[in-house]
Design a protein around this ligand. Structure first.
Ligand code: ADP
Ligand code: MG
Length: 379
């Protein structure tokens, strides 16, 4: 439905910002443009809604050449989102959501309906529509920022590094939200990023740019499996290397010593150990050290009153991670599932360590991303 042919943008008579790129994008596809700084991503994106006029080549939307459309109307029919700009503080949530529909002179009724429909999509109560941004948590405000981009019912939405300035956990949450909404609403997203992980996570197909040229345009899988050339190989490698800080690569590097008991202990013993070590969760192992389950202090108190044994009351259904798992993947899971204490085991299910939510935030976060921890309660 979006067909780009031999698109070129030349600045100053010689500098080819975009150099003869051609690609077809289907309705409902999520496309990521990726490349180093200056590779022509923004220029390519902006030619799609004629914020930048092409030097040569053509773009057709549903068979219609955009050069022959009224540029203002074209621009209104395509959503455009730049780096996550905050909500306007003096406007209510509803007014923030319907900013563009208001410019498009929608009726009050239609704006109202749209605002309610969108806020329901992100599971916030309609009563929030009359509140001001400062009355919402940071995470709630971010979600409103995302649905605002969808308010004008445009079929194509262009996003230029919308999450570039966000911390990794917020970014991860919003990526998930964008992906869910894009699928649900069947919109075409064209997304510029320089983060390969983001592109892989979100995009149906990735367009890799270098020096204004389109080097490869394919699914994430295919690009990872069959990089078109050395440039793509290097680009993927470089991008992946960003996360591979030498000191904190696997779960093992971040885990702490777990407190555990063997299954033959009495509840009395367990209570004594937990008191002494000041923990509210304790893991239960077999004699060979393999993990069986865990107990919370509440379970123990209750079991003790009812005269039960450790083995009767322990939870056997325990979420665990492997010592060689990638730390970053585990962080995502842990934060997403809202887990507090996660045991670390080896291939033989031997309990080796423990990752806690708080030691994640304090230690891991900092070492993976080298940034200051922020609140994660909305993550
Ligand atoms: P990206 O978004 O991938 O970082 P851009 O599309 O912004 O890259 O820029 C591509 C190239 O075009 C760069 O070399 C940039 O310096 C050049 N360029 C961008 N805008 C202009 C402009 N208005 N005038 C001259 N050169 C420009
Ligand atoms: Mg750019």
């Amino acid at each position: 439905m979006l067909s780009i042919k031999n698109l070129t943008k030349i600045y100053g008579g010689k500098n080819k910002a975009v150099d003869n790129i051609s690609l077809d994008i289907k309705q409902g596809e999520f496309i990521a443009f990726i490349g180093t700084s200056g590779s022509g991503k923004t220029t390519a994106l902006r030619m799609i809604n004629r914020m930048i006029e092409a030097t040569s080549g053509s773009i057709e939307i549903d068979g219609k050449n955009i050069m022959q459309m009224n540029p203002v109307e074209l621009r209104r029919s395509i959503g455009y989102v730049i780096q996550q700009i905050g909500l306007l503080p003096h406007l209510t949530i509803k007014e923030n959501i319907v900013l563009v529909p208001k410019l498009l002179k929608w009726s009050e009724e239609r704006k109202d309906k749209k605002a309610r429909e969108l806020i329901n999509l992100v599971d916030l109560p309609e009563s929030y529509l009359d509140r001001y941004p400062s009355e919402l948590s940071g995470g709630q405000q971010q979600r409103i920022g995302v649905i605002r981009a969808l308010a004008a019912e445009q079929d194509i939405i262009l996003m230029d590094e919308p999450f570039g300035a966000l911390d990794p956990i917020t970014r991860d949450t919003l990526q998930d939200l964008v992906k869910v909404l894009q699928k649900k609403l069947g919109k075409t997203f064209i997304f510029v990023t320089h983060d390969m992980d983001e592109a892989i996570k979100l995009a149906d197909r990735i367009a890799i740019m270098s020096n204004g040229q389109l080097v490869q345009f394919d699914t994430p899988d295919e690009i990872l499996r069959n990089p078109a050339n050395q440039f793509v190989r290097d680009f993927i490698g470089e991008n992946r290397l960003i996360q591979d800080r030498p000191n904190m690569r696997t779960v093992e590097d971040a885990m702490i010593k777990p407190i555990s008991v063997t299954a033959d202990k009495s509840l009395n013993d367990v209570i004594a150990i937990m008191r002494e070590r000041r923990v509210d969760t304790i893991f239960v192992t077999r004699n060979d050290g393999s993990l069986l389950g865990y107990l919370d202090i509440e379970d123990i108190n209750e079991g003790y009153r009812k005269g039960k044994d450790l083995i009767d009351i322990m939870h056997r259904d325990v979420f665990k991670i492997k010592n060689h798992d990638k730390l970053q993947d585990s962080v995502r899971t842990i934060l997403k599932r809202n887990l507090r204490n996660i045991p670390v085991v080896d291939e033989n299910n031997i309990l080796l360590g423990l990752i806690t939510r708080s030691n994640l935030v304090d230690i891991v976060y900092d070492s993976i991303w080298g940034e200051t921890p922020v609140g994660v309660d909305e993550a």
